[in-house]
Design a protein around this ligand. Sequence first.
Ligand code: PAF
Length: 283
Amino acid sequence: MQTVTTVAVLRRQISLWKSQGERIVLVPTMGNLHAGHLALVEHARTCGSKVVCSIFVNTLQFDREEDLAAYPRTPREDLSALQHARADLVFMPEHEEVYSERHHVHTNLPEHPLHQQLCGQFRPGFFDGIVAVVARLFHMTDPDVAVFGEKDYQQLVIIKQLVRNLGLEIRIEQVPTQREDDGLAFSSRNAYLDDSQRALAPRLYAELVNMGQQVEAGERSYARLERQAADRLKQAGFHPEYVSIRDADTLEEARRGTDFIAILAAAWLGKARLIDNVLVRIS
Ligand code: PAF
């Protein structure tokens, strides 16, 4: 496994691989890798012949200084996990390398309302920051396939839109959320939970599953379901930002006839901001 810190060396290696007919699969991460990331790498191995993993804590997607400073950084453990997962190359650039003017990508995209909704409503600039870094990583790596987790579902939908809007020939692969035995989705931010919060945390997913079951059983009063779930989470000790039932393809509000539904939530538990979602197909 190679570790590369500059775009010049990254591009040289990728051009060489492409000239040899290799198919490049990109797995972008911010490091502090857990089972969720490793499932992305494992899936990536089935999508092409060379797996490139990036580790880059993207300052542009943090709205608070403390959050950025506190974000867990574990490069040594990450490299050993990626070696074990048989990644071929790890790209670990500094901020200046990624955001150098030389690598500016003109996305030229009109402001998309989705960037301001759900997580975007509570984290101003968050999705613009993600689009900025992902567009640059796509440009630097020129992958055939890129792999993202369903855990960050709004991010996934926005990246699919980015690929369509820029006319990129990158296939986006999505991997289901990986969970602890009690249902809590793996996340770097789970490290902020103390023992009693950790015991409570799976309630978030349990609420979403419960809503999904009601939708599957024919319940269509979505606003009521959202309100009731938010109330129950509050009573349990969470501070919910939103619980929302959306069209899973567009993330527009779900209507009566919507047949592919995403139920999404974000809620604070102590110092941890947890997000999760479930997907429901209505037949
Ligand atoms: O999902 C993440 O870890 C990040 O948002 C991403 C896609 C690596 C961009 O910084």
